[in-house]
Design a protein around this ligand. Structure first.
Ligand code: PFF
Length: 462
């Protein structure tokens, strides 16, 4: 048993919901959702994403929180405790590996945001009105290896500091401060963006589904994005659930977390898509998208300088409440399973993540080799973020659904969800039937079909 002092716990219900929402709401909603939407056909992608959130994301989130609370463990410890046979331990291992790698590349983007906060604060964009110029300023910035690597290191250090301070004082506190402000700012920015001249095209792209854009890859990306933005498939919610008290109502908490996340995604799309058309930029710009569009929005609103600075500060905090939840997974593993101190685990994981992330940080122009690896745009970055960001999460979510639906079983899960002891129910679970159906059939079958079909098309052709 690990020392409870090393594990920690949430101090209140709202603290947990905010921390869970803090994990979910981050760059996934503000940076990744808009650019995936742009690359994958607009409204049709958003529709597929929403469907995946309701029918796969939400039930898997309930499953992960339940597994975590029942075992009070990290993913590896959880499978060791509940599963017979060593195979499941490997799935736990995949979760830990995803934690390392997602932390590695996610903190690069968070570093870009810090760079953009600095640039905005010193007035770099104040005088520039030309959208193409703003766009090439980003290309220059992301190609500067020293700057992006240093910012990458900075984010890793900041995250390590929060995770080192422990669950209650660090993660909860950050989350509590952030949410209301972020919503408010996004709403104001969305209003500005929608009322820009030339915004109509972007709105149409974002709101009217074009069914000719449906493809296996598009649905796989929507599914990956749903899991990513809800922090599922790599045991974050298992780990967060392990700090959760028996009094909390898991389905209700999960619903709130999902709701907050979707709201931020939809708002972020409303900020970015109309602005893309208004600025004459391309929807398929990829990971650079928001950095090439946002400075122009700020440039065209009264008090834009302050909005810009405020926005980037909030996005950094949103990113940090997510990076801490990602880092927490491998750290909890080393604390629980290897009996390391929190400090040692944090330093080790942070260091390895920096090493793994470095070639990805250089894959935006700083190094030709890493930028064009395997002939793919964005090279190593694109590869690592697709493999550990879409694919690994889909595999994780698939097996978690199978495990809870068929092996551990929905009855045991229900007992945990209701916190039933000696016939006394703490939390009602009115959606049990609906959830059982989703977790046993809909989630795993959909993931298997989408994943199998897309892999087949990509690697075997036809
Ligand atoms: N959900 C986070 C975001 O959207 O920014 C990212 C994330 C956190 C992914 C935790 C996966 C995870 F386990």
């Amino acid at each position: 048993m690990s020392d409870p002092q090393e594990r920690g716990a949430w101090s209140s219900k709202i603290g947990f919901i905010l921390a869970g929402a803090g994990s979910a709401v981050g760059l996934g909603a503000i940076w990744r959702f808009p650019y995936y939407t742009g690359e994958n056909g607009g409204a049709i992608f958003t529709l597929a994403f929403l469907i995946c959130c309701f029918f796969i994301g939400y039930p898997v989130m309930i499953a992960e929180l339940t597994l975590g609370r029942n075992t009070q463990k990290n993913p590896v410890g959880m499978f060791k405790k509940l599963a017979k046979g060593g195979g499941w331990k490997w799935l736990g291992g995949l979760c830990i590996l995803s934690g390392f790698t997602i932390f590695a590349w996610y903190s690069i983007i968070a570093g870009w945001v810090v760079g953009y906060l600095y640039k905005t604060a010193i007035g770099t964009f104040s005088e520039v009105r030309d959208a193409n110029m703003i766009s090439s300023m980003f290309d220059q910035f992301s190609a500067s290896g020293v700057t992006v690597s240093s910012l990458h290191a900075l984010i890793i250090l900041m995250t390590a500091f929060v995770v080192y301070r422990g669950v209650k004082s660090g993660i909860e506190l950050l989350s509590k401060l952030l949410m209301p402000l972020l919503f408010l700012l996004l709403i104001l920015l969305a209003i500005r963006s929608i009322t820009l001249e030339g915004a109509a095209d972007g709105l149409k792209f974002y709101l009217y589904p074009d069914f000719s854009k449906v493809s296996g890859m598009m649905i796989l990306k929507a599914m990956g994005q749903a899991l990513f933005s809800l922090s599922l498939g790599m045991g974050t919610m298992i780990t967060y659930g392990s700090y959760l008290s028996k009094k909390e109502n898991i389905p209700v908490s999960a619903a709130w977390i999902t709701f907050f996340e979707l709201l931020v995604c939809i708002l972020a799309g409303l900020v970015i898509m109309p602005a893309v058309s208004a600025m004459g930029q391309s929807y398929t710009e990829g990971p650079d998208l928001i950095f090439k569009v946002l400075p122009s929005i700020f440039g065209q609103m009264p008090g834009g300088y302050y909005f810009g600075v405020g926005f980037f500060v909030l996005v950094i905090i949103a990113a940090l409440t997510s990076t801490v939840s990602i880092l927490e997974v491998p750290v909890a593993y080393f604390v629980d399973e290897k009996h390391w101190s929190r400090k040692k685990a944090v330093i080790f994981v942070g260091f390895i993540a920096y090493l793994i992330g470095t070639p990805a940080a250089l894959a935006h122009g700083a190094s030709d080799f890493w930028s064009n690896l395997a002939g793919i745009k964005g090279g190593f970055f694109t590869i690592i973020s697709t493999v550990f960001g879409d694919i690994s999460l889909s595999i994780g979510a698939f097996f978690i659904a199978i495990f809870v639906g068929w092996l551990w079983g929905v009855e045991k899960a229900t007992t945990e969800i209701k916190s039933e002891e000696n016939g006394i129910t703490v939390s009602e679970f009115p959606i049990k039937k609906y959830w059982s159906f989703l977790i046993k059939f809909v989630a795993p079958v959909t993931i298997a079909i989408v994943f199998g079909y897309t892999m087949w098309k990509t690697f075997i052709g036809l």
